[in-house]
Design a protein around this ligand. Structure first.
Ligand SMILES: [Zn+2]
Length: 132
């Protein structure tokens, strides 16, 4: 008997120019949180991020960032959200997990460098992140 046991290793692939845009946006929003929608594709556990969208009607402050999901157009290329934590912790908060959108949540902590960004799933488990 044959069992399909192959388990896909999850990984987030982030384009370098997208990372740069995220970091610039978050620096601009500091000391408030910044929030952006991630565009990309997911295949065989690989989550490829290749674009960003500024969410409509977004509201941010020093400890929160959000937008009404009901205003989002139904777009299958929206695969997650990135937001910043000006406080300097990259751990997702309970609110972050509650408002989880898509497949992946990226969190950027201050001071917004190349290694200040982390990927999480909807259960708050970290996903390896690779900058391309
Ligand atoms: Zn948060």
């Amino acid at each position: 008997m044959f069992f399909k046991t192959k388990k896909f290793e999850r990984i987030v692939l982030l384009q370098k120019d997208v990372l740069d845009s995220i970091l610039t946006y978050c620096q601009m929003k500091h000391p408030n949180e910044g929030i952006l929608i991630l565009k990309g594709k997911s295949k065989n556990g690989q989550i490829k991020i290749d674009g960003l969208v500024i969410p409509p009607f977004n509201e941010t402050g020093p400890t929160f960032a959000g937008f009404p999901h009901s205003f989002l157009p139904l777009d299958m290329s929206y695969i997650g959200i990135v937001h910043s934590h000006p406080s300097g912790s990259a751990e997702p908060s309970v609110t972050d997990l509650h408002n989880f959108f898509g497949l992946v949540s990226l969190i950027v902590k201050s001071p917004y460098c190349d290694d200040s960004i982390f990927a999480w799933d909807s259960s708050g488990n970290s996903i390896p992140l690779s900058i391309e």
